[in-house]
Design a protein. Structure first.
Length: 190
């Protein structure tokens, strides 16, 4: 009996070495979920009445979900640098490999830069974040300054809006591999 076919029909990649390690899979989907929550919360906030408690709660959810992204991104990146990632699947064009590496690099940069910019926006607005229930304030990294807060917020919003596209294309590429190329790209991240 052909073992390769048997394994593939159960939905696993052909070789165990081709899979992302379980911690990498956990970090990938936990961070993706938190980013979706952060985006959803800031979109919902826009529809809520100014000054309402629900609007303030939406912003708080945005801030804490996105700060959790930063917290998880640190061990994720360290693990990636130490353990590496499975090699690209064979049979892919050079440009597809280059596009995928460029997207992954951008997504890693985003996981660090975007929460930091959001946090600095708050600092420059003079708002302190306090750990709920513990009353411990997070450190103030920069002083209050209206002009600085406006500039950083603008960068934060521009990057936030641009990454709808990067994340969307990344997800579409994964689905295209799965449903049209019918290879193991998505399966090895599950
Ligand atoms: C994955 C990380 C993050 C993403 C994807 C993200 C995305 C966004 C987006 C799309 C907007 C609205 C842009 C617009 O209205 O055009 C926004 C606004 C904002 N974000 Fe974030 N953000 C992240 C992290 C953070 C963090 C960590 C904080 C603070 C701790 C933060 C604080 C803010 C603030 C204060 C605003 C402006 C809200 C307003 O005045 O309407 N963000 N963010
Ligand atoms: C906010 C959402 C997301 C972020 C920030 C993100 C980020 C990343 C990053 C940085 C990698 C490279 C991992 C590494 O080599 O260390 C990756 C790989 C991957 N992602 Fe995502 N991702 C997101 C959402 C998604 C979604 C929604 C899907 C599926 C529909 C997906 C499917 C994949 C797959 C299949 C890989 C492995 C690609 C390969 O082996 O070449 N991702 N993702």
């Amino acid at each position: 009996m052909d073992n390769t076919i048997k394994l593939r029909s159960r939905g696993s990649p052909r070789l165990p070495g081709e899979r992302y390690a379980p911690p990498a899979v956990f970090f990938h989907w936990a961070i993706a979920l938190l980013i979706v929550i952060a985006y959803a919360a800031i979109i919902i906030k826009g529809y809520l009445p100014r000054g309402s408690a629900a609007r303030a709660l939406s912003l708080t959810i945005h801030e804490w979900a996105a700060l959790a992204v930063l917290v998880l991104a640190v061990p994720r990146l360290l693990m990636r640098l130490i353990k590496g990632a499975p090699a690209a699947l064979p049979g892919q064009a050079w440009w597809a490999r280059a596009a995928s590496s460029a997207a992954h690099l951008l997504l890693y940069l985003f996981m660090f830069a975007q929460p930091v910019l959001g946090y600095l926006t708050l600092n420059a607005q003079g708002h302190m974040l306090t750990i709920p229930g513990l009353d411990i304030p997070l450190p103030q990294l920069i002083g209050e300054d209206k002009q600085t807060s406006r500039s950083i917020k603008e960068i934060h919003e521009t990057i936030g809006n641009a990454f709808y596209w990067v994340i969307g294309l990344h997800a579409l590429a994964a689905l295209w591999h799965h449903y049209f190329r019918r290879d193991d790209t998505l399966r090895r991240m599950l």
